[in-house]
Design a protein around this ligand. Structure first.
Ligand code: NDP
Length: 324
């Protein structure tokens, strides 16, 4: 290990080109942290919001909360993780780099059977899909659920988890190719976005879906309210098309006494037990061959701007990874 490493840094907010490859000091783990040599870093939508300044960050800014790799050093208080162990996390900072540090409690063990790519691709989108369908609205076999961006990272994993539960899945995607992916992942019905509420009502005998998991936001939210059954739940968990503008709560009454929530992963990883429950269910399913992790593209760290461009272009399916 050397004192310096390659890392991405943005000096200001802006488009993908602000993401520049630089030399940076290799970080040192604090007393309760571990240092990880990055095998692969996951690219997530949140980093595009941070890059643009929609979510404020300090500059120079090195993005990245997700990654997998090998532990190369541990802080003095760390007993749960050892040097040489393979770990993955969705809760690091500055993981667009050759090395990153993370709290030992948030470094999750990677089974031997899992590849580095799957280990880096699974944490953030997998844990999100898991909390959405197991906790935010606890799906049962008798439920009908709608999921937006169904061939995407979270969407594709969520379809598979929902089908394991036995629920009926209505997938929304924007192209025929993406629709085919959603079908292959197990969706019962696949629709486009236009007037989807009417079609969801037709598919549910006029009743509406029990739950809508909406990550597209601005362009889908109104339809989501219309597509949900009386006393159903709308889970707004992202804004890929833009953030939903301020909302008059009275509309929930007019829409059928709906429940509306805007969750974040951090609120569903409250302690070690909860993190381990979600991660172990996911990795057990991957190792058993019941959950497919799809990597939609790999990029050298120097091409991080291209990875952001591709993610925002709406053309990708599955997870994008940076390989330092
Ligand atoms: P995806 O792989 O799903 O990529 C985004 C997808 O959004 C696109 O492929 C596209 O699918 C859809 N989309 C719709 N409109 C647009 C648009 N105008 N521009 C770009 N994409 C659009 O990404 P992720 O799986 O990483 O994330 C999905 C969403 O989930 C994001 O909004 C993200 O912020 C959110 N998220 C939320 C978390 C939470 O805890 N709240 C945690 C993790 C992710 P299509 O063409 O089929 O519509």
């Amino acid at each position: 290990m050397t004192d310096t490493m390659k890392a991405i840094a943005a000096q200001e907010s802006g488009g993908p080109d602000v993401l520049q490859l630089t030399d940076a000091p290799t970080p040192e783990p604090g007393p309760d942290q571990v240092l990880v040599r990055t095998a692969a870093t996951g690219v997530n939508f949140i980093e595009t919001y941070q890059r643009e300044g929609i979510y404020p960050v300090e500059h120079p800014f090195t993005p990245g909360s997700e990654g997998a790799g090998v532990v190369t050093a541990v802080g003095e208080n760390v007993t749960s993780v050892s040097v040489g162990q393979r770990v993955a996390t969705s809760e690091a900072t500055r993981s667009y780099a050759e090395y990153f540090v993370v709290d030992a409690a948030k470094a999750m063990p990677v089974p031997d059977e899992m590849s580095d790519h799957d280990a880096a691709a699974l944490p953030l989108q997998g844990l999100t899909a898991h909390y959405l369908v197991r906790s935010t609205f606890e799906l049962k076999p008798e439920h009908t659920a709608v999921i937006t961006a169904a061939s995407g990272g979270v969407g594709g994993l969520a379809i598979q988890l929902m089908k394991r539960i036995g629920a009926t899945v209505i997938a929304l995607t924007s192209t025929a190719e993406k629709a085919e992916t959603a079908r292959q992942l197990g969706a019962d019905h696949v629709l486009g976005y236009e007037n989807f509420a009417e079609q969801v009502r037709e598919l549910t005998d006029g009743r509406g879906a029990d739950v809508i998991y909406d990550s597209v936001g601005k362009t889908t939210f109104d339809e989501s309210l219309k597509a949900t059954r009386v006393r159903g739940t709308v889970v707004l968990f992202g804004g890929s098309s833009g953030q939903v503008p301020p909302f008059d709560i009275q509309r929930l009454n007019g829409s059928g006494a709906l429940f509306l929530t805007r969750p974040s992963l951090v609120h569903y990883l409250r302690d070690a037990e909860e993190r381990a429950w979600r991660w172990n269910e996911l990795t057990d399913a991957v190792v058993a061959g019941d959950l497919k992790v799809r990597v939609g593209g790999t990029y050298p760290l120097a091409d991080t701007a291209q990875a952001h461009t591709d993610l925002e272009s709406r053309k990708t399916q599955g997870k994008l990874l940076l390989l330092p």
